[in-house]
Design a protein around this ligand. Sequence first.
Ligand SMILES: Nc1ncnc2c1ncn2[C@@H]1O[C@H](COP(=O)(O)OP(=O)(O)OP(=O)(O)O)[C@@H](O)[C@H]1O
Ligand SMILES: [Mg+2]
Length: 787
Amino acid sequence: MGVAGATSGDSASNGGQAAAANNPYLAHLQPAASSGFGGVYGKSHPFHGLIPGKTTVEQQLAIEAGGINGFTGQPYSDKYREILKKRQELPVQKQRGNFLKLVHENQFVVLVGETGSGKTTQIPQFLLFDELPQLKGKMIACTQPRRVAAMSVAQRVADELDVKLSEEVGYSIRFEDCTSKSTVLKYMTDGMLLREAMTDPTLERYSAIILDEAHERTLSTDILMGLIKEVAAKRPDLKVIVMSATLDAEKFQRYFNDAPLLTVPGRTFPVEVFYTPEPERDYVEAAIKTALQIHMSEPEGDVLLFLTGEEEIEDACRKIRAQGDRLIQQGACGPLKVIPLYSTLPPHMQQRIFEQAPAPRTEGGPPGRKIVVSTNIAETSLTIDGIVYVIDPGFAKQNVYNPRVRVESLLVSPISKAAAQQRAGRAGRTRPGKCFRLYTEKAFVKELQEQTYPEILRCNLSVVVLQLKKIGIDDLVHFDFMDPPAPETLMRALELLNYLGALDDEGELTEFGAKMSEFPLDPQLAKMLMDSPKFKCSQEILSVAAMLSVPNVFMRPREAQRQADAAKANFAHIDGDHLTLLNVYHAYRAQNCSSDWCWDNFLNHRSLKAADNVREQLRRIMERTGIELTSTPFDSPSYYTNIRKALVSGFFMQVAHVERNGHYLTVKDNQVVLLHPSTVLDRKPEWVLYNEFVLTSKNYIRTITEVRAEWLLDIAPQYYDLSTFPSCEAKRVLERILTQRKFRDEHDSDKKKDKREKKEKKRRRTDKSVISSETSSKMVRLNMSKV
Ligand SMILES: Nc1ncnc2c1ncn2[C@@H]1O[C@H](COP(=O)(O)OP(=O)(O)OP(=O)(O)O)[C@@H](O)[C@H]1O
Ligand SMILES: [Mg+2]
């Protein structure tokens, strides 16, 4: 379906007009073309009379209450009318007039409204009918910090506008673009918008940008804010709305050139908050207990429980199911459906949270209930229909970066007050709710900080620095960050990019770096891909990069750990985990991507399917950027060696050396690390390259492959310049290798010299010709340089 009826219509809308000629329902589409001037709708079009940037509340309400959908030309469905009634009750509706007035008069607007008041779903629609971006061939973007929110909100708004998802309303997340030519309202992760800015630095394709959940201060949101501020100065036509439920509004207003503030009072339904009288010793146990208590004693309504990470969540789900089953057998309560949610779960599994609660087992029996156990990805934006109870233990995993030792990790830390408020806001969306905080009220007031600490102050910035350089922002020190990152963190990012060849010694983006930024990957992965043709293995490295970009493919259910380990052992490669992943991918393809085969081998089919998809997308980027796709013949002895060398060319900064005492130390930073128990390596190679640093109670390195010191010295001489190394065993080993090499080279060249001289003498004897000493020494020099 196109933007039918607009005079500026594309081919799709022209198609719509042609169809209109024979269809009385579409009659309203026709006059548009005859209206004579661009950007205005014909008389019988539902949008007739709207002037971009000047619409009124009455006009907008009339369109919504009309009979025909202005986007599709179809009569509105019953479902549309049903949803419309609920939408009309939302608190933001009362502010529609004020909102329109503010956007008409200002370029920036800051909007703060309580959770559930209708910001994410309604404001973009108010703006859509006001901006009419379709007339200018543009779109409205609404950013979300998380993929799951972008996807689910887009679906909801598509329903609210009575259009098909991906047509007028779509979403875009990394490796998945669910939009089309007719998309006018696009929900997207903030990271995706930032990526788009690299090819469209003034964000030309958007007439308005809504930065939602700005309080989360994700890295991408912070960078976008700075960028959009610059773009807006050049594009007075661009409207920018910054929204959140829990925002330090003044700070945002000041940052956006003293933007006006619109506050939306009132929540749709009340949420009652309970605290524990005493601090809980074990928050996971307490959370499980609370969930089951709710199930036994509270009236109907689903539960959302916040925990910190995959393992904890899967474990809690298992316990809730087991204990729940016992209660159900005793007849104490109704059936339970327990659903995990975390970011590494594939999108389709994430969608399970929207499933209905199970029905009671007998009519009139105790109600069935859904319990969603989630990380903080369900904290903002999401409306999960049916959630009435929220359990908030007060913790989340947060990214922490230590630039001194270049280690980025997720650590369990207390959440902020703003986050607690967001969590409570997930209850009471579709009816009154309750929030159980598993900490004391005193702790809430005294111990939780007001706002979440911005991510830019606690993460590795290399991807972002590369993106900013690509966009053309060279002076990072004077870039207008809301909170500037620590200089050391910036330096580390510049240093990494310099070692990878993305920035030159002056900090300028190189041609190589510009290409690197095209890949939606960490710079190390991109470098590995781009260098792989040198090692004749880009096809294989493409598969490895794809496998590293998806959630873990190995399943290890607690009740079948031994079988799962045995299944994994079938794929194990003697040199380590990267090649094991490659074996898995090859086997998966050889089995025609069979899901049964995956199941039998304890492999996650969805992850492998995702890897296949990611590989295809990366392959296209390789083709576009002219990177050769090649392979070493499988029977060649260098097949695997070449792949390992290509790994080194990207990850030479992530290498550890085993010390005499059996500990591994990371090179240069000298951090003590252990090989993660998931590795297939059953020995301790002297040098290992790792994909990831995992900080729990101990430091682990995960996804590991054995490499050779010689490769490090040859492939990354700039990094393995031993004069920059701290004194350590690794340095001494490398020095020894270099000394041996020097000795060997000298020895070799001496031998060669002897040989040459002998040959020369022989020739002279036979030729009896005379060669000047000068020529002879030149020959030696030339030959030497070839050696
Ligand atoms: N998928 C859905 N199913 C049912 N109702 C929904 C759905 N999505 C939204 N709603 C309704 O619309 C209301 C507004 O949702 P919206 O996401 O716009 O709120 P919000 O102000 O952005 O909240 P938050 O600050 O939590 O992001 C919800 O409270 C809920 O009543
Ligand atoms: Mg929202």
